[in-house]
Design a protein around this ligand. Structure first.
Ligand SMILES: [Zn+2]
Length: 419
């Protein structure tokens, strides 16, 4: 059967790429996901899936503890779930991806929404992140549909909005009750099988000073001087964590503290009384947000306590904004095994296994939906949010084949061998 499926993908290869080009041409910068979602819903309906299309309820989302900041409501920004009912005897599967893209920004030599094909690459904003993945997962289902097969377990194909802002689209899917026994998220993975991703939390560190009139500088305490010392402290802590905190799926030294802003002062002729340092801390799988916060706070507090003024007026951390947990599923998880075997059948070689270096939706689905989630997609990680973003056609086809085989094995063949 598997050869039959692979041949079918070959035959439909042009259609897969034409569909990807269509998706890129539907400009879907976060906030404007309506047109692309309608097009995907129409495609899924045409394929014979039952489609659930709804606008998430911002108020309901806000009540959930992990809700990302809701920047605008979801009017004309529906989430779409295509449902292929099984006969009820097998395991269910969720395919998940986001349709929104970041703004193209300056410097493009191609039309960001043109979907140009040059040297076997498709160019456009979202080509890698992640319309290549969307095209692969939708067309993998279309291939299986064209073979007149009926799954044993239910298959859900979910395309969400607002991912570049947070996780509210996928959270809305869970709250709506769209769950399954396992999930493949088709984010850019360089065709690696990624059973983990890192998390990130954002901080603001308030550092105080003692302003004086400008003529009495010797009596002043500068929050900029104190803040500078604490930035140094955080970089020292990062050096330590890069040695003490490692994970086999991530390159050494993946534990990062980013200082990304430093604000102080109102004008040059007035001494400031406060500095606010902003940044992010990355968390490898296994690290919890609360323990990470404590680790950073305690280290900074120890350094601050060596300074007489900061001992009197200790700096204060405020943790707000970005919040994404890390996630990990085990190496012997049946979906990981299924994807590995499928990839090997398609390419003839063993897949690379790695961790996704950046937070995306899987932690919500895995940690809060209790659905083991694996990332696999054709996009290049180095192309995500890049100028002149592209995806290679051969990678989109390899992903479509791998997904078609994996879905077949999982949802039609009850995990049996791919003969
Ligand atoms: Zn993405």
């Amino acid at each position: 059967m598997y050869e039959h499926i692979l041949k079918q993908v070959e035959q439909m290869g042009d259609e897969v790429i034409a569909f990807l080009v269509r998706l890129i041409r539907l400009e879907s910068i976060t906030g404007n996901e309506g047109p692309i979602q309608k097009e995907i819903a129409r495609t899924l309906e045409e394929m014979g899936l039952n489609v659930d299309l709804w606008e998430p309820n911002a108020e309901e989302l806000k009540r959930h503890p992990i809700c990302s900041q809701v920047e605008s409501n979801f009017e004309n920004r529906p989430v779409v779930v295509g449902i292929w009912a099984g006969n009820g005897s097998g395991r269910s599967l969720l395919l998940n991806g986001h349709v929104d893209v970041v703004k193209p920004g300056p410097g493009w030599s191609k039309d960001p929404f043109g979907g140009e094909i040059i040297n076997n690459k498709v160019y456009g904003r979202g080509a890698s992140d992640m319309k290549g993945g969307l095209a692969a997962m939708i067309m993998a289902l279309k291939v299986l549909k064209s073979l007149n097969l009926r799954p044993t377990g239910r298959i859900l194909l979910e395309t969400v909005v607002d991912e570049e802002n947070g996780i509210n689209g996928s959270l809305a899917g869970l709250l709506r009750g769209h769950t399954a026994d396992a999930c493949i998220n088709c984010e850019a993975s360089d065709l690696d099988i990624q059973r983990a991703h890192s998390g990130i939390i954002e901080f603001f560190l308030h550092v105080y000073g003692q302003p004086t009139p400008i003529s009495r500088k010797d009596n002043a305490v500068s929050p900029i001087d104190k803040g500078y010392r604490l930035v140094q402290a955080m970089m020292d802590l990062e050096s330590i964590l890069r040695v003490t905190h490692n994970h086999p799926l991530f390159p050494p030294g993946s534990m990062n503290i980013y200082v990304t802003s430093f604000h102080s002062g109102i004008q040059t002729t007035v001494l400031p009384d406060e500095a606010v340092i902003g940044g992010m801390v990355r968390m490898l799988p296994g690290m919890k947000a609360e323990e990470t916060r404590q680790l950073v706070e305690q280290y900074v507090a120890r350094v601050a306590a060596q300074d007489p003024f900061m001992r009197q007026r200790p700096p204060k951390f405020r943790w707000k904004g970005l919040y994404a947990e890390s996630m990990e599923v085990s190496e012997d998880n049946p979906l990981v095994v299924c994807l590995k075997e499928s990839f090997s059948r398609v390419t003839g070689w063993a897949p690379r296994m790695s961790g996704h270096e950046g937070a995306c939706d899987p932690w919500v689905i895995n940690n809060y939906g209790n659905i083991p989630t694996v990332i696999f997609g054709p996009g290049k990680i180095t192309q995500m949010h890049a100028v002149d973003e592209y995806v290679e056609i051969k990678d989109v086809i390899t992903a479509t084949k791998t997904l078609a085989l994996a879905i077949y094995k999982w949802s039609f063949n009850n995990g049996g061998t791919l003969d």
